[in-house]
Design a protein around this ligand. Sequence first.
Ligand code: AHR
Length: 807
Amino acid sequence: MLNPLLRCGLAVLFLGAIFVAADAAESKATRLTVSVDKPGIAVSPLLYGIFFEEINHAGDGGIYAEMVRNRSFEEPLKDKTIPGWELVTGQGGAGKISVETDRPMSAKNPHFLRLQIENANGRVGIANEGFRGSHKESNGMCVKQGAEYLLSLSARSSTGQPLIVSLESPNSVLLASGTVSAPGKEWTKLTCRLVATASGTDARLAVAGNSAGTVDLDMISLFPRDTWKGRENGWRPDLIQKLVDMKPAFMRFPGGCWVEGNSLEDAYRWKRTIGEVADRATVRNLWHYYSCNGLGFYEYLLLCEDLAAEPLFCINCAMSHTEMRTQPTSLDGVDEYIQDALDAIEYANGPADSRWGSLRAKAGHPKPFNLKYMEIGNENGGAAYKVRYAAFRKAIKAKYPEMHLVCDSYEPPADTIEISDEHYYSSPEFFATNADKYDRYDRARPKVFVGEYAVTQGSGAGNLLSAIGEAAFMTGMERNADQVLMASYAPLFADVHYKGWNPDAICFDNSRVYGTPSYHVQALFAKNRGDVNLPVSIEQPVAARPHTGAIGVGTWHTSAEFKDIVVTRGERELWRSDFSKGTDDWRLEHGQWSVEDGALRQTAVDKPCLAEVGDPFWTDYTVRLKARKLGGSEGFLIRFLARPDQERIWWNIGGWKNTAHGVEGAGGSDKVPGKIETGRWYDIRIEINADRIQCFLDDRKIHDCQLVSPKSVFAVAGRVNGTGEVVLKVVNVSGAEMTAAIDLQGVERVAFKGLRTVLTGPAAATENTLALPERVLPVTAPVAIDGPQFKQTLPPWSVSVLRVKAE
Ligand code: AHR
């Protein structure tokens, strides 16, 4: 039987072809018929939102405008140095610095800095270079001439000396200076206002004394006065403006894996992130830095309010990132986390005189934030998650039945899941192929939140083609917006010098910011969403291309050997292995390959180790071979239809920790239970006939699947209730310009002028950068439309949005 699922999974392989240059077939007319007279489902108003994670310095060193890194000295010493800080001495001065803990300023942040000035000839102090990344080109602090900066610090000293504060460039040019009055013998909070007399993008902050003695310092903080809405403890306005421009309907926060933590000790616990900033714990972030939580639970809720976005708080469910799969199913210790969830809701929504609501009111927000959505865990799963989800759900629904809960897996019983969070990171081909995924989705399944998705393969640092692939997928989500209630691209922000994940929607350094093409696609879709869907049918010429490619073998965390490999077409032998000649004709990608006893052996227990051979233009062939597992946790990977620079397709035999066999191509997979024994030779056969793939193990048929033809054009349309406009979004994923004949069916008259926005670029690989931030930008212009039938050009690799008033 042909497997309908795989129809989708395998299509990705061949879509590769549609992302390359134009061919004759694709330049023929494409017809788009929009049934304006047959409105369909109402579109979920939450469909396009954002996912903010504290990753890539999105928060600390990012939107959180604090300019000092490691302001409370909580980061552990690195090679005996204090991260972010160094001793500075003027000519003739001498002193030393250390991190101490005796009688700290805050029990929750117990470390502070001790500055011992031994010889005060010239200044002796400390300097902080801000969030300078590990990258050699990255900068220190950005200081702008004429701008004001607010310094605050806590200090104690018996020297009675005032402290001199300065902002200076690396070559010691003074950009701003000021003095804070002498601290007392006990911890004293001191402030100082600095006005920059010159600019610099590589500045540092220095705090120094000029007489001998000891000064203890903590919470040394520097903010520009110019923060978003001028708030204290505020955010970088240029970065927040980028979010405003996206018009997000919701914001999921604060992670991601950041919520899970590497261990539960580092997990995101919101109670550690509220109240006085000096008392908020600095926590190790599994994305390889420390977070001071100045951007805390309150600030996230406030940010959602500023963006008019529904807050969706993703809470830790007593499972950490590393321990996730080994976590016990017992609920010991989980109560505390459930209580956190209940208290978070009270903090956000409770009356100003409730226990937790009063803390929100004290922070400056007596009115509730109206939190309605909470996600239980992030990417957790398995038996331990199942019991935790049930326990969280029971407790939350009992107290707050109105809360909408998001489940991060399909393991709990479907009738207990209101919304399920799905994540996809893959290739442009995967997303384009799966643009119809939700058309075929079983409506009996829970509603969907596509909480994280992005093209991560072949994406450079975020290129046009990736954005176009995502756009194709988004047309499918929107067309099925009765099922897909919410969606958010991931990750949102990255400091270009501190990338823990690539690509990201918004990239910045200490003074500049730009949106990747994916960012612009997100904003385009969010701003051009109909309220009610209009059915669109698309007729497009599909290039009939032969499915071609070479063959290969490989392993995943396994050592194995392969022999007697033969490729035939009908009676004709195309190729036969001969390892007596070594492996010269093989393309070895990864692993430790050798020839032993006439077989090709791979011994590195790594992932994935591949060897490829043959002609990328072979069509309609059968590959036969023998394979034997020698050790490790999985089985074999047999490649077929392998072409350079294209999505990998393989038969994974004994994959998924030796529990299943599956034909996989870019995320799509036809999977059946199965395993491989160590030490036994298996006969493997794959038959490729036109678009049919059949896979046999020891002559037993395991898979029978069909390849589908690639599409180039994807579209979704809707009607805006207030204005009566028809909004049509058309995505051309191919490298060919097309002419689309558009028919607005059921429409008598259209307003002569419509609006057309097009996002495209000179090449599929085009990216925006800090230096060239506008290479890929949406361009909007009026467009003349003379009736319900008209033509539009669809540029290569483009998203076109048409807004037309129709009667
Ligand atoms: O978006 C980056 C990471 O991808 C998120 O932290 C995690 O949820 C996913 O694995």
